[in-house]
Design a protein. Structure first.
Length: 107
């Protein structure tokens, strides 16, 4: 008698039995009905179409927001160019505002 109570042959046998049991369980499983399979495929296609539509709407909204932001920036720049500062303090304030705007764009 050895110190290994389940011998190598015993372990091979039990592994083979486990494999056979798993195969029998898989074979006993009922096949998926074709109608159910088609319903699953249709639902998946519907989900994908909804997701694609949502992505397109999100992209369009982002583009529109970017255009609005650019238009607002252009209007602000035009307004700033129209009202030319006159005094030294106004020149410094305008310079500081441009600097702050540049720094905020980089963030």
């Amino acid at each position: 008698m050895s110190y290994k109570s389940p011998t190598f042959q015993d372990r091979i046998g039990s592994a083979q039995q486990a494999k056979q049991k798993a195969l029998d369980k898989l074979r006993a499983k009922a096949p998926v009905d074709e109608a159910v399979l088609e319903a699953r495929r249709a639902a998946a296609a519907e989900r994908e179409a909804a997701a694609a539509e949502k992505r397109a709407a999100k992209i369009a909204a982002a583009e529109q927001a970017a255009l609005a932001k650019a238009a607002a920036a252009a209007a602000a720049a035009e307004e700033a160019a129209a009202a030319a500062p006159k005094s030294e303090a106004e020149l410094k304030a305008a310079r500081d505002a441009r600097y702050a705007a540049r720094k905020s764009r980089k963030k």
